[in-house]
Design a binder for this molecule. Structure first.
Ligand code: ADP
Length: 422
């Protein structure tokens, strides 16, 4: 090969390398001192590799696009300002708008499905995502193109670049209107059923009282025993109905909160006095520890009694005979922290995460045949959280449990509602 041919080959090699580096994005210079043919062969190899790579990317991308397009949930991708860049087919099914119609508009556009939500809602989402750089999950009230309202659950996830700046937002939305309707029907049923059960129970209670009074004739020993059994069962049933009613009121959102200055020490002492019967029956010792001074905090009297009664009733019934209950109140910087410890059966470690769920009862409690509905802690948690507090516990099997909750000094805030808890 003459020198001119070699130069031509080198120029060709450089062009091949240029093309390859456009594809791979990195410069691929080969040594000029290499033999021209060898250089060209290597350059072609590099180009082939880079082209295969890009073919592969495209095939992978097509797979992703196909999966996105056909996903049953609505997927929308926006720029950091919420400008819609992409929407999949499911968008049309849920909102009635076609992906074409929405592309180029912003996610909070009043003319689109999201027009029902106030702009402050979207401001909140953007703040969580842009400032917190975390996902946002929530429920939204939407309106379809045909004017029909629907509810969806949204999950907004930011896609960050290497400098941690938000590049895109991926919004996944699921229509939960039907699930919500079912939940509503269940809530209504619970509300009606518990309400309807209460009336006959009250009637049974009064009739039992009348028989017991013996105003309508004397009772023999066996009849007295039967009446006592009916009375006890009616009491249990009333307790269950009360819990169901309370749960239903919480779920429907009709509970009013009327805060008034309350002293936690007096509330605890009253609750202990009220359940003195069962404390004595189980021969339990109660130890109490309070700070020298306790300030009154705004709490709804009824609600705080319900919460504390549930916790104390549990500390008694899940305790061992002749066990101990230790209660302490301590002041932290901005809240009171209350601990209620028992020396009872404990909560199995593998079930502890479900203990505040509605109607959940641990295996050991059910096996021991201890009466309960699994609603007390669900209600208690709602009450404590309504006061801006937190509740948790630690527990060791066959040793005991300690329930700890906090109530900020700011206490509860007034809330209008039609019902109170019992
Ligand atoms: P209930 O006591 O009526 O079943 P709760 O909602 O008050 O309902 O409690 C839920 C479950 O948590 C109970 O069934 C029991 O398994 C467990 N639990 C609650 N408190 C205690 C406790 N102090 N010791 C052991 N288990 C407890």
């Amino acid at each position: 090969m003459n020198e001119q041919d070699a130069k031509r080959l080198d120029r060709l090699t450089d062009r091949v390398l240029d093309i390859a580096s456009v594809k791979t994005g990195k410069p691929s210079k080969l040594k000029v001192s290499q033999d021209s043919i060898e250089r060209l062969t290597e350059a072609v190899n590099i180009m082939q590799e880079s082209m295969l790579g890009s073919l592969l990317d495209r095939a992978e991308m097509q797979k992703f696009e196909l999966a996105f397009e056909n996903a049953s949930d609505q997927i929308v991708i926006t720029d950091p300002e919420g400008l819609i860049l992409y929407a999949n087919k499911a968008l049309e099914k849920t909102s009635g708008y076609s992906p074409k119609q929405v592309r180029g508009k912003t996610i909070g556009d009043k003319s689109l499905w999201s027009g029902k939500m106030p702009s402050s809602f979207f401001d909140g989402i953007w703040r969580t995502i842009r400032e917190g750089k975390t996902d946002f999950k929530g429920e939204v009230q939407n309106r379809r193109a045909n004017g029909e309202d629907y509810i969806s659950e949204i999950h907004v996830a930011p896609v960050l670049d290497s400098s941690q700046k938000v590049r895109y937002l991926v919004i996944i939305e699921r229509d939960i209107t039907e699930a919500k309707k079912l939940e509503q029907a269940k809530d209504n049923f619970l509300s009606i059923a518990s309400h309807e059960l209460q009336t006959p129970l009250t009637a049974i209670h009064w009739h039992v009282e009348m028989i017991k009074s013996q105003d309508f004739g004397p009772l023999n020993a066996q009849q007295t025993e039967f009446v006592q059994t009916i009375e006890q069962i009616t009491k249990q049933l009333s307790g269950l109905v009360k819990m169901l009613l309370n749960t239903s009121r919480i779920d429907v959102g009709s509970v009013a909160i009327k805060p008034e200055p309350m002293n936690l020490k007096s509330v605890i002492e009253t609750v202990i006095t009220e359940i003195q019967g069962s404390i004595k029956e189980r021969k339990i010792t109660v130890k109490q520890r309070y700070p020298a001074k306790i300030r009154a905090i705004p709490l709804d009297k009824n609600l705080i009694y319900v919460a504390l009664t549930n916790l104390f009733a549990n500390a008694v019934k899940y305790n061992k005979e002749k066990g101990t209950i230790s209660v302490s109140v301590e002041a932290t910087k901005a809240a009171y922290r209350v601990r209620i410890s028992d020396t009872g059966m404990g909560i199995p470690a593998n079930q502890q995460d479900r203990i505040f769920s509605r109607m959940f009862r641990a295996d050991n409690a059910r096996m021991a045949n201890i009466q309960g509905s699994g609603l007390g802690l669900y209600i208690t948690k709602w009450i404590i959280e309504s006061a801006g507090g937190t509740i948790g516990f630690t527990s060791t099997m066959n040793k005991g449990s300690t329930f700890i909750f906090t109530i900020p000094f700011t206490g509860m805030t007034l809330r209008k509602g039609t019902k109170t808890l019992e």
